[in-house]
Design a binder for this molecule. Structure first.
Ligand SMILES: C[S@@+](CC[C@H](N)C(=O)[O-])C[C@H]1O[C@@H](n2cnc3c(N)ncnc32)[C@H](O)[C@@H]1O
Length: 222
């Protein structure tokens, strides 16, 4: 089933040869091929179970000629220049940065479509400090859930001027779902602040950092 989150990912995919790392049920590769959005997809997963399900789904859709499954962790399943676009979606932002870092030369040869479920701040920091530029971002909404997508490629980008921007880059403030992102970040910052304020030995540095981020966020209230 193609949800708004998957739809967002698919909308950003371009290229003849795509790799979907952590493919799970292979929904993304199947959709890409059936809708002529990709010529060939390498669908990989670190776990045998999901890859077996992916393989069954691919067979049921008669797509074994166009979608190849590979078992393995991260980008280790790829050779340099094998995929023009690499999708890493539905995982934590820190895991995504670790996957990129483990095979950075392979990552730098492709466009990256990253869909972190959390730790977007850390992922943006990682990208900009390791020779990647962020080329595009997007937001999808499913009920109360808000999903980020980050496109990146090898290149230089100046660090963001304000640390808060690693949470909410200025260009997202004009996105049609910015209000949803605003509310999510407001909830996140407020929860951390309350937790720290209620703790017996609050980490004052962390508390001040979160208070400052909340203050920066509130500039976009309304
Ligand atoms: C939550 S699913 C996301 C599936 C799909 N990409 C999506 O966005 O809907 C995460 C998948 O990533 C796989 N995975 C986790 N760590 C991985 C890694 N280091 N390399 C490859 N696959 C990984 C898991 O086995 C699981 O099937």
């Amino acid at each position: 089933m193609i949800t708004p989150r998957l739809e967002m990912i698919i909308k950003h995919v371009r290229g003849k040869k795509i790799a979907d790392i952590g493919t799970d049920h292979a929904y993304i590769p199947i959709y890409l091929i059936e809708n002529s959005l990709a010529g060939y997809v390498i669908a990989s997963d670190i776990n045998k179970g999901p890859l077996l399900i992916a393989g069954d789904n691919i067979k049921n859709h008669n797509l074994t000629e166009k979608i190849e499954t590979r078992l393995g962790g991260g980008l280790s399943v790829l050779k340099e220049n094998e995929a023009d676009t690499i999708i890493i979606a539905g995982m934590g932002g820190i895991l995504i940065s670790e996957i990129i870092d483990a095979d950075i030369e392979i990552a730098k040869k492709s466009n990256l479509i990253l869909q972190p479920m959390n730790a977007q701040y850390e992922l943006r920091k990682y990208l900009l400090s390791h020779g990647f530029k962020i080329t595009n971002e997007d937001i999808a909404v499913e009920g109360f859930k808000v999903y980020n997508l980050i496109e990146a490629a090898s290149g230089e980008q100046q660090p963001f001027e304000n640390d808060f921007e690693y949470h909410v880059p200025h260009y997202l403030t004009s996105h049609k779902y910015f209000k949803n992102l605003y509310n999510k970040k407001h909830r996140e910052f407020t929860k951390v602040i309350k937790g720290l304020e209620n703790s017996n030995e609050p980490d004052t540095e962390k508390l001040n950092q979160y208070k400052n981020w909340l203050k920066e966020l509130k500039k976009y209230e309304g």
